[in-house]
Design a protein around this ligand. Structure first.
Ligand SMILES: Nc1ncnc2c1ncn2[C@@H]1O[C@H](COP(=O)(O)OP(=O)(O)O)[C@@H](O)[C@H]1O
Ligand SMILES: [Mg+2]
Length: 357
């Protein structure tokens, strides 16, 4: 039996629901007789003594800056200190919510993605805009639900964003219309009243830090009515399609989901499984687009919405991800992603212990 440190998580989803990996992990750990220590990663005084002697530390940190900015650093520190296993581990989490890192990782790892350019100077970005084909996709490094992904149709539009990103910087590509003054005053009044009543503001803000001094463009892949979301946990692959928002090229955040496994092509499942293995990922989701019947990855992330994944009627398993000849095996039945993560983590601890024995 092992001792597992768990950081509680309770996250508001885009759909308005909440999700918590830790609640389920706690249940599973207790049901199988493991010791659990509920820890507080934000507690400067006690966190390291709390995890001292534990076999593993689990924390499903999410996209909000307060969560991921600490999560990524903590998992990197614990990986390099090499005293306990973590979920997610450093390899799984270092590029989370960072499409710039993902661009370098995918090219270095020879993973198919649409052609992507990152520029670190205004002049390089302007030169690119003057020579490229339109439309071209512009993305910030972070953002969910397509918030920070847009199409650029001509040089002038591109120059507008270049001037922002190499000027005061941006937190979002959504252009916010200023609120009419009366509504602004009313909104402030409501905020003040809430403070007086002791209603706390939302604990997390997705309003991220300013991004500036860099810009990412990506080749536009036309004619996709949806993207494919393939979630890999260990050697399992779950998949569904996300249809585009009406009248829009973007699928992420549309909430229009199709879980029919017949609609998911085998090449995408195999690409997801082999890429997860190549990159040594505990868990990874891929957003995949199609060009001429070949899959291209546009985003990778270890964090995902569990209720959506749970609606998959089954999943595929490939025991040896590399052997092309190997058949994908379909396992019928729903599975909680939190359970798959937990099972794999216990196995990882077991393997580490037996290697050291
Ligand atoms: N290069 C591209 N060409 C065409 N459509 C794209 C491209 N990149 C992303 N998209 C569409 O935009 C959506 C959001 O892009 P993505 O990079 O996954 O950002 P997010 O972090 O918001 O999910 C995707 O779900 C996909 O439908
Ligand atoms: Mg995405």
């Amino acid at each position: 039996m092992y001792t597992i440190a768990i950081q509680p998580d309770d996250v508001p989803l885009l759909s308005g629901r909440r999700q918590s990996f830790s609640t389920r992990w706690l249940e599973l750990a207790q049901a199988s007789g493991h010791d659990v220590r509920i820890v507080n990663v934000y507690d400067e005084e006690h966190f390291f003594s709390e995890i001292n002697g534990c076999d593993a530390f689990m924390w499903a940190f999410w996209n909000a800056p307060k969560s991921r900015e600490l999560g990524k650093r903590m998992m990197a520190a614990l990986y390099h200190a090499n005293t306990l296993i973590t979920f997610p581990d450093w390899r799984t989490s270092w590029f989370f919510e960072d499409k710039i890192s993902q661009r370098y990782l995918m090219e270095a790892g020879n993973i198919p993605m649409p052609k992507t350019w990152v520029f670190w100077s205004r002049q390089d970005a302007i030169d690119f805009l003057n020579g490229t084909q339109y439309p071209v996709v512009l993305k910030l490094a972070f953002g969910i639900g397509s918030d920070n992904v847009c199409l650029i149709h001509n040089v002038e539009e591109g120059e507008y964003w270049v001037s922002k990103l190499f000027g005061e910087g941006l937190t979002s590509l959504k252009i916010r219309e200023p609120r009419p003054i009366l509504r602004e005053i009313a909104a402030r009044g409501r905020d003040a009243a809430k403070t007086i009543l002791g209603i706390a503001p939302p604990e997390y803000s997705l309003e991220p830090d300013i991004q500036r001094g860099r810009i990412l463009f990506q080749e536009f892949i036309p004619d996709n009515t949806h993207d494919l979301r393939i979630l890999v946990i260990g050697n399992r692959a779950f998949g569904f399609r996300r249809m585009n928002r009406p009248g829009d090229f973007r699928a992420s955040g549309s909430g229009l989901i199709d879980w029919n496994p017949q609609e998911i092509d085998e090449a995408s499942i195999r690409l997801a499984l082999s890429t997860a293995k190549k990159l040594g990922q505990q868990v990874i989701t891929f957003d995949i687009l199609d060009r001429n019947h070949k899959p291209y990855i546009v985003e990778m992330s270890y964090y995902f919405e569990t209720p959506t994944a749970y609606q998959c009627p089954g999943h595929w398993v490939l025991d040896d991800h590399v052997a092309e000849a190997q058949q994908l095996q379909w396992i019928e039945g729903k599975m909680k992603a939190e359970d798959a993560v937990f099972i794999d983590l216990i196995n990882e601890i077991k393997m580490k212990k037996s290697a050291h024995a």
